[in-house]
Design a protein around this ligand. Structure first.
Ligand SMILES: Nc1ncnc2c1ncn2[C@@H]1O[C@H](COP(=O)(O)OP(=O)(O)OP(=O)(O)O)[C@@H](O)[C@H]1O
Length: 653
């Protein structure tokens, strides 16, 4: 859990003794989060209970961990638990834990400020009117504030473990913009959150309702949750008034054998772990016993966090336990970067309890666990892939581009990753119906010895690229790639299943016997013509160092021109992107290929007016550049040339 250092604005002067309440204004962002929360999550309003229980369980986890160093903190009260108490008379609901508690400074730091900078970025996106799913707000550190969905006011009473009763803190707010804080006598260690429920939220005082909610969302929280029957209940079982009842299983779910767990157990635990409102797409639960023993429980969420692509997902990593003692959240070293969307738990029996983030980086046991986590994650995604259908399509849509990073980042697992990739292609199919590499190879025409692909800035630019013409004509399938990572990924990817990858926009293309042998090929079409050497030289001279050479194309059937790069050169659209980002780009001089049988090229061959010849030559180059997604050095000049050529007769201005 990360927390902001910024503290809320103070609006009234403090009493040095701390006996009078201090009033503070919430940060503007916190107010915004609360407003959003109340509106966006209203339809899932019962999640507030899960959030408060989750905070309580975290506090107990942290106490248990801290208790290893400070056993006296647990003395006299070592029965770690969460209590929920409803009082119909006063209309309050209390969630209490005897966990780590908070000092006054910690309350000021944690409650009333935005815990995660991810929340801030999320708000920025919403403000900028960008598409962000309002439900995603639940993914960030907004747990505590969800109490205001159902409460008119919230009182938090807390006392840090190891401090005296009079060092307790009372924090009160109606969620409208201010909160008050004062020192208070708090007899026991830990935190109580008291919700004064809104008039129309009194359903959350009903015993059966609370019990059902705890069982649905928090059954496998690793601490007992006790629910107290209201002292003045609905009158059904008056004899049990005021009795405490444990309502959850309170076992660490991952420590149970798989055959004792149902889908809804796994789903409920996922929601507890991630605060997600949706069920996960899939999960994998494994226990390894032997020289090294550990359990992994991994999940793939249904939706990506909005900033996944920006590589700034703060929740990246797994929750690490050692012998069921919680050690840390977001243990990033347990997951490679390209699997940053995987959520879950690792529980090791062999790591030392005092393992730190630094130690994780250089521990051979951790390296082995990480390798197993990667394998299990890829297997889990592989099974989803084998099942096919909408679930895998949903996975691919959310996480496909991130998984592609693995091709470069994790060469050892490349063979496992490649069959999981999906691509659009030129084959005759619904564009939503993407292909994978094994299926492409299966469809390769007889005599085809390469997997052809094209990278472009957009899907449309890829699908309409002139480079595809000869392939279309000969019925040879080409993979269409337009993700930002594609060009980078393909520069590391040399073959699949023994077949080399070949860009249709780079190097020489010699379809050789394929142009005859393809069943879809049009019979009797003339081969691309040849260009007169003199003509080539004249065009080359007009274009100067814009191109490295001019030649007749084997690729084009309809378009007049296209640009071709050397095998190892960076695609023009990527060069443009890097340039726009202010990055240095190695200069490339592409080859201009001309379609000798195109009327424009034929006209060029007979053009006697030098000025028009030059304009036409440059236009052919510029057209090719545009079709490629490149940007023109001189757009105004392009327009002028076009206009001149479209008007009858030679230019006159
Ligand atoms: N019962 C509690 N005991 C001790 N500390 C708490 C308790 N509840 C909240 N806190 C502190 O307040 C912080 C903010 O809580 P909040 O629920 O808003 O966000 P979070 O728990 O960090 O994120 P999320 O709820 O999304 O996991 C927590 O990180 C924790 O430090």
């Amino acid at each position: 859990m990360s927390s902001s250092n910024a503290s809320a604005d103070k609006t009234s002067s403090p009493d040095a003794t701390g006996s009078a309440p201090e009033v503070h204004a919430f940060q503007a962002e916190t107010r915004q989060v609360m407003r959003l929360m109340v509106h966006s999550l209203y339809s899932n309003k019962e999640i507030f209970l899960r959030e408060l229980i989750s905070n309580a369980s975290d506090a107990l986890d942290r106490l248990r961990f801290a208790g290893l160093q400070n056993p006296e903190w647990l003395q006299g009260d070592s029965d770690l638990r969460i209590e929920i108490e409803a009082d119909t008379e006063s209309g309050t609901l209390t969630v209490r834990d005897n966990g780590i508690g908070m000092t006054r400074e910690e309350v000021l730091e944690n409650i009333g400020t935005i815990a995660h900078s991810g929340t801030r970025r999320f708000l920025e996106q919403l403000e900028a009117g960008q598409k962000a799913d309002r439900q995603q707000i639940g993914q960030f550190g907004v747990g505590f504030y969800s109490a205001f969905i159902v409460a008119d006011s919230v009182t938090l009473l807390t006392r840090k473990a190891g401090t005296a009763p009079e060092q307790g803190v009372r924090w009160v707010s109606d969620g409208e913009g201010e909160f008050s804080i004062e020192t208070a006598d708090v007899p026991g260690r830990g935190t109580s959150v008291v919700l004064q429920l809104k008039e129309d939220e009194k359903e959350f005082l009903q015993h059966w309702n609370l019990k059902q909610l705890v069982q649905r969302y928090s059954d496998h929280v690793g601490f007992p949750i006790h629910l107290r029957r209201d002292p003045q209940p609905d009158g059904d079982k008056a004899g049990e008034d005021g009795e405490w009842e444990q309502v959850n299983t309170a076992t660490a779910l991952w420590a149970l054998p798989r055959n004792e767990l149902s889908d809804s157990d796994y789903q409920g635990f996922y929601k507890h772990l991630t605060h997600d409102v949706d069920d996960p797409l899939c999960w994998a639960h494994n226990t390894v016993e032997g020289a090294q023993s550990y359990t992994t429980l991994l999940y793939v969420p249904r939706k990506a966090p909005f900033d996944l692509a920006l590589q700034r997902d703060e929740r990246h990593g797994l929750r690490l336990y050692v012998n069921r003692v919680f050690i840390m959240d977001a243990a990033q070293h347990l997951l490679p970067h390209y699997l940053r969307f995987v959520r879950g738990v690792v529980d090791s029996q062999d790591l030392p309890l005092n393992v730190s983030r630094e130690l994780l980086q250089e521990n051979v046991l951790v390296d082995r666990i990480r390798a197993a986590v990667v394998r299990r994650s890829l297997d889990m995604i592989g099974k989803l892939n084998e099942a096919g259908g909408d679930e895998y399509a949903a996975f691919w849509k959310e996480f496909g581009t991130v998984l592609k990073e693995g091709v470069v980042e994790d060469p050892d697992n490349r063979e496992r990753i490649l069959p999981l990739l999906r691509f659009e292609s030129t084959r005759d199919a619904d564009p939503a119906d993407m292909t994978d590499l094994p299926a492409y190879v299966e469809r390769m025409t007889e005599g085809q010895d390469a997997i052809y692909f094209i990278t472009a800035e957009h899907a449309q630019a890829a699908a309409n690229s002139p480079h595809l013409e000869v392939f279309r004509k000969n019925g040879i399938e080409v993979l269409l790639m337009s993700d930002r990572v594609d060009e980078w990924m393909m520069s590391y990817l040399h073959e699949f299943d023994g077949k080399p990858f070949k860009s249709v926009a780079k190097g020489d293309i010699d379809l050789g016997k394929l142009s005859q042998s393809s069943p879809d090929a049009d019979e009797g079409e003339p081969e691309s013509g040849q260009l007169d050497e003199d003509l080539i030289q004249r065009i080359d001279a007009c274009l100067g160092d814009r191109v490295s050479a001019v030649r007749a194309s084997q690729r084009l059937t309809d378009s007049a021109s296209c640009l071709v790069l050397g095998e190892g050169e960076m695609a023009l659209h990527l060069q443009k992107m890097l340039q726009q980002a202010g990055q240095p780009v190695p200069g490339t001089e592409p080859i201009l290929e001309l379609n000798a049988s195109h009327p424009l090229v034929e006209r060029l061959a007979v053009e006697s007016d030098e000025e028009r010849f030059e304009m036409l030559s440059v236009l052919l180059y510029e057209q090719a550049l545009l079709a490629e997604g490149g940007s023109l050095e001189d757009p105004a000049g392009f327009v002028r040339r076009m206009n001149r050529l479209m008007t009858v007769g030679p230019a006159t201005d």
